[in-house]
Design a protein. Sequence first.
Length: 373
Amino acid sequence: MKERIIRLAYTGFIAVCAVIGFAAAVALRNISQAEASADWVNHVHATIYALDRVVGSVVAGDGAARIFVLTGRSLEQTEARGEFAEAADQLETLKALTRDDAAALAQVRELETLVQQHVEATLALVEAREGRNRAGLEKGLQDDTGIDVLREIKRRAARLRADEFALLDRRDHTAYQQAQTTRWVLGICVALDFLLLAALAWMVRDDIATRNRLAVALQDANTLLEARVAERTRDLAATNARLRTENHERKWAVQSIEHQLRYNQIIVNATSDLIFVVTRTLTVTRVNPAVVHQTGWKEEDILGQPLGARLQSSADAALALYNGRELHDQPARLTDRQGRDLTGRFTLLPIHDNDKIVGGVVLVRLIITPAQS
């Protein structure tokens, strides 16, 4: 859970930074474009100013020259030459400003041609007036087309000026669209950052609430577990006490059985009758010491051998044992280790286990002992 909220926090922080970076990139790009546009606008205004100065200088020079022709005052002559020189300088400036715009430069060159023609014609009148060439002056005044040329200059200058203002209008429209785009981008980025921060805050709040619920649930589970552990401990303590009691009782029962078995073994070993414990197939599995003492056979010579190898009788002991019948006081004859026959009477008692016959006990009482014979 902790790693999940950390990952969410990192992801939200990265997303917010990405949005801010995008907004900053857009703003910087638009600022750069605005700066370039401002430089371009200044350039256009400089072009318009130079164009106006050309037209103004030509008009002013033409007026001063005509006054000089009429009055002959040298002040107007100097002014006319100065204005024409200013117009020539502004034309050079204008050509430099429009060198990157082929169409505008072509119009400036056409304007320059007209201005040069007009200036040359006007200066010719001035020179005629200076040389007191009355015939040349009158002819120049009769052929003077300065007003028409001046009008053409103004017309061409106005057209070039209108083109420059049209460029300003288009650039102003473009700048407005860029500003609007910048506003929309910044507004959307701010709103998106707000939404991202709100979503991140909600996720953190939800995570904290989930942690609190889990803490309460864990505390309840611990309380329940402690109660169950305490209950289970009490049950185990009671069970251990009961098992200890049962263990003591079992030990006492085992000890009683062991005592009983030991007593039975003592009794069996103490009897003078010969006792054979046989299986259901009359295979000897156990004998008492009296058998070894009376017959001289060792236990290993008798155990695992058929009962008929040591005891012969007229009764069918195997059939009686199979049917679960007892045989009492039946004649029998044993052969001892020295080959002597010992006569006596035997009794067969079947051994039952869960209503099944698993073997039997043969008790033999000798009538003639080896000592008597």
